[in-house]
Write a protein of this length. Sequence first.
Length: 178
Amino acid sequence: MQRFAFAAAAALALAGCAGVMPGHGGAVHWPSATAQLEATRGNHVTGTVHFIQMGDQMQIRGDIQGLAPHSEHGFHVHEKGDCSSGDGNSAGGHFNPHHSRHGMAMGPEHHTGDLPSIRANAQGVAHIDVKITGVRVGSGMDDIVGRGLIVHRDPDDFITQPTGNAGPRLACAVIQRD
């Protein structure tokens, strides 16, 4: 009977450890990346955005400041991790490895780089905290590491091809693996 009780207790203890990675203090380590946005020439938009891969979902969190109060802005991953041009155009077009049409991030068809628009509060700060699918950190065709992150001047209409008519680029960053 004691042998059965010990075996049952051991099985329960092991079951309680499912999903915990050894060597991480009991915490699961998710792949992550960070983008440090810098203003393009003549603009004042800056911020930090974190990308955390959580299984099939991507958690996107951050703060972007220097925006017009109560404004909405297109927000996209672009194909090139290059912000050298001063106007953000060196980052190229939207990241689109599947050659899809532009659309809403969680819509039926969209570029991998199509992210939800951001909205600034009364102080001109946009707080981002969303989860999306179809984007990856560190693996596969949809890997955003080394790509550009752009904040546009205008809202994304999610219809106009291939850009969403979001206007000039206010800030640019290279997404870097943590």
